[in-house]
Design a protein around this ligand. Structure first.
Ligand code: SF4
Length: 334
């Protein structure tokens, strides 16, 4: 039997090439060897999001990108976190076995509290407990993570272990599947590609938009004139050629060093590479976007399959804790 993988990502809307290279490609390939559950974690987003105006659209657009990129609802369970109320219930129950000290010393909590001192909300502290609930509700055994997320997963394992110790074996301790996500640097050449830094290229951009975005990218700052020899090792356009024009890296290296190619031509080449690699994705996305209700149907099927697992786990958890079973059928009092 295949092991079960769980992973979630916040609803950030249309995905960019950093998301694609860093996570989505990996999600797609895991589908072959694991029983995968992928979730858009919209409740997590509320811990830092103050304006929820775009939440619905961002969730929809992100799922459309996931599907167009190859996440297959026949192979994976795809759904939205808030559609499974059981996760909030399990979060509350797990919070009773999680010492506050464990949560207060999480480095990302301290960092976020520093970044949003006006909004250090209760959800921000409890974030790792909700993350644990996400994973253990589906009894996932494997969680794909980057090295920076290992402390979070370790905390999830500790919470699961503590619950098991107090109430008896219930959850598998989720194992990290360390994945070397390439750190994709944005068009500014300095920061990680991100919507927050406006240094990204959307997967679903048109070829013209892609070219326009690539042209804004920072290159080798020492190359001021077309005749100046370049230093590809400091240039982010060059790094991106590794993904989108892997067969031309050597040629670009020597052309750049000898000033045989200018940055405008080099960027045009990169934009062509991106457009070629992403053409099948873009075609598929357009087809799916034209199917009325396709995303909604995928999410409906996903939530149904996820909830069957979630209800079973929650029932077991309540029984282990010793909560009085809910009377059924319910008596209605006037
Ligand atoms: Fe970068 Fe290409 Fe310009 Fe060299 S020629 S500095 S690799 S954009």
């Amino acid at each position: 039997m295949k092991k079960r993988v769980f992973s979630g990502a916040r609803p950030t809307g249309r995905q960019h090439i950093g998301n694609y290279l860093g996570a989505i490609q990996n999600y797609v390939s895991l589908q072959e060897d694991y029983d995968c559950i992928y979730c858009i974690v919209d409740i997590h987003a509320l811990t830092t999001l103050e304006d929820t105006g775009n939440l619905q659209e961002n969730t929809y657009e992100m799922m459309l990108d996931w599907l167009a990129a190859g996440l297959d609802p026949e192979k994976s369970i795809l759904f939205v976190q808030s559609h499974i109320p059981e996760v909030m219930e399990l979060h509350t129950l797990l919070s009773m076995v999680t010492p506050l000290g464990w949560l207060l010393r999480v480095p990302t909590f301290k960092e976020k509290a520093r970044m949003q001192p006006h909004n250090v909300n209760y959800g921000l502290v409890g974030y790792p407990v909700l993350m644990t609930a996400d994973i253990v509700l589906y009894k996932a055994e494997v969680v794909p993570v980057g090295e920076d997320q290992l402390p979070h997963l370790e905390l999830a394992r500790e919470i699961a272990r503590r619950f098991n110790f107090i109430f008896g074996d219930t959850f598998p301790e989720p194992q990290a599947k360390l994945t070397t996500f390439p750190l994709v640097i944005g068009l500014d050449g300095v920061l990680k590609m991100s919507k927050s830094y406006n240094n990204y290229i959307e997967l679903a951009a048109t070829p013209e938009e892609t070219l326009e975005r690539v042209m804004t990218a920072v290159t080798d700052p020492a190359r001021r004139y077309r005749t100046d020899p370049g230093h590809p090792e400091v240039c982010n356009i060059f790094r991106l050629h590794h993904y989108f024009n892997p067969g031309r890296v050597e040629e670009i290296t020597s052309q750049c060093r000898s000033a045989g190619i200018g940055c405008v031509d080099c960027k045009t080449l990169l934009a062509c590479g991106i457009n070629t690699v992403l053409a099948p994705f873009r075609e598929r996305r357009a087809v799916l976007a034209n199917k009325p209700n396709y995303v909604v149907e995928v999410l409906a099927e996903g939530v149904h399959r996820a909830q069957v697992i979630a209800k079973g786990t929650l029932e077991e958890v309540k029984e282990k804790i010793g909560l009085l079973k809910r009377p059924f059928p319910e008596k209605v009092y006037d």
